[in-house]
Design a protein around this ligand. Structure first.
Ligand code: NCD
Ligand code: ZN
Length: 430
């Protein structure tokens, strides 16, 4: 397929009109300028960026399909300009054994419209972590707060991941330091920042040296700095940089999330770290729940904010306001996440590059609307927010998957990208 557009993707420094010849999902040839034989020609007002990768989403599916499933969640991703998602294992059944991982991957194979990887949960059965790690099916493991106090199971996962050079993604909150019962606007008091730091210290004390550890949804500047000082990678969410405890007070459950929204001064310092280069990626923690669930009482409703369909608009708005530039945007949404996952040559424009791209129109404006989404999760704390900058086309391995509101591909185009994630041949047994 021949794709023509105005690109800004590595190794380009400036937007440049290019024609790419794409074969088997990779760039086979590049020429400057237009081509009369282009299959897809994207207008000059659009800018084609490296494909956006969201390394933290909950597509749900299986018995939680009423909240979201592999089709609705990846349609939402495609409509948000996202070409690859990394899916979390807190499903029902949990993805902590090769059997449920097999079920999940088969649902993704049949339904996903974008590429994906899956993280496994921490198994409670001895030997299972090694079986999962050696299967080649997953990109890594997700460690939840409650896993941190299961020392045997945790260590098995850390060593199994280390031996295969798989990623370990940490939700860094110490389970013994968090409680329930705080009022809307004050949940940060129930889940203090010290719980984030303490969880990181705990895992660091048992992690083998050289483990690829990634701290996800860091909600405080101190956690970002602590993670970087230990040589780990770290992401932040759009909600922790755009919203704060006042939004939780105003929206109640719709803005309830773990880790919680923090007081405004934390958010401002987090934005500064985002643009100073200390943060490796922005990840949405897209956590869909139904309208009914989110209309429940604040104490009992489930935490989580959907984001995969909105965040490109939200971040491009920061670009339009001059808070960050396009270089920061590309680093935080594509090249950084690809590096965290260990995927090489993603969305660049040289022969051999994986031909996944996100086209954006930086001048399009609108208001965020939860109801006009592919996601089943319709309630968003960003409802009505003005944005400037919109994803207009999503190209996954050379195929146009989404263009201006329309999906142009059959379910099942997405592939498991776990084999692309770097394992450098694994490590010898410890
Ligand atoms: C997550 C979810 O809904 O799966 N929610 C969230 O607030 N991040 C689960 C969790 O991490 O607690
Ligand atoms: Zn999550």
């Amino acid at each position: 397929m021949i794709l023509e557009g105005r690109f800004l993707a590595p190794p380009l420094e400036e937007p440049t009109r290019l024609t790419l010849c794409i074969r088997d999902g990779r760039v086979a040839g590049v020429s400057r300028g237009s081509s009369p034989s282009a299959d897809v020609r994207l207008p000059d007002e659009w800018l084609v960026l490296p494909g956006i990768i969201d390394i933290h989403v909950h597509l749900r599916g299986l018995r939680l399909s009423y909240k979201e499933d592999e089709l609705s969640g990846t349609l939402a991703a495609a409509a948000g300009g996202v070409t690859l998602v990394a899916d979390m294992p807190n499903t029902q059944p949990r993805l902590d054994n090769t059997e449920s991982i097999g079920l999940k991957l088969s649902a993704l194979r049949r339904n996903s419209v974008v590429d994906y990887v899956v993280y496994a949960g921490v198994p409670r059965t001895p030997g299972e972590a090694e079986r999962i790690a050696s299967s080649g099916l997953v990109a890594g493991f997700k460690v939840y707060p409650e896993d941190l106090v299961e020392q045997g199971a945790l260590e098995e996962v850390l060593y199994a991941a280390w031996r295969r050079n798989l990623l370990v993604v940490l939700h860094s909150e110490h389970p013994d330091m968090v409680k329930e019962g705080c009022k809307p606007g004050r949940r940060w008091e129930c889940r203090p920042t010290t719980a984030e730091i303490e969880a990181l210290r705990l895992i660091s004390s048992v992690a083998p040296r050289g483990l690829r550890l990634h701290v996800t949804h860091a909600s405080t500047p101190n956690l970002v700095l602590e993670a970087k000082s230990r040589g780990f990678t770290v992401d932040v969410t759009p909600h922790h940089i755009l919203l704060d405890s006042r939004d939780e007070e105003k929206h109640g459950c719709i803005a309830k999330v773990n880790p919680p929204l923090r007081p405004p001064e934390q958010r401002e310092r987090l934005i500064q770290l985002l643009i100073s280069g200390d943060v490796d990626a922005v990840a949405t923690d897209h956590a869909p729940h139904t309208v009914e669930e989110k209309m429940g009482s604040f104490d009992e409703c489930p935490p989580g904010i959907p984001g995969v369909e909105h965040y490109t608009r939200l971040l491009l708005t920061l670009v339009s306001k001059g808070v960050m530039d396009l270089r920061d945007f590309i680093k935080l949404t594509s090249t950084g996440p690809a590096r965290v996952l260990g995927i090489h040559g993603y969305g660049c424009v040289e022969p051999g590059c994986i031909a996944s791209y996100t086209a954006v129109d930086l001048r399009r404006e609108g208001r965020i609307s939860g109801y006009e989404t592919f996601s089943k999760a319709k309630l968003t704390p960003y409802e009505g927010m003005l944005y400037r900058g919109e994803p207009v086309a999503t190209i996954v391995r050379g195929r146009l998957v989404y263009r201006e509101g329309c999906v142009c591909i059959k379910p099942g185009w997405g592939l498991n990208a776990a084999r692309l994630a770097s394992r450098r041949g694994g490590r010898p047994p410890a």
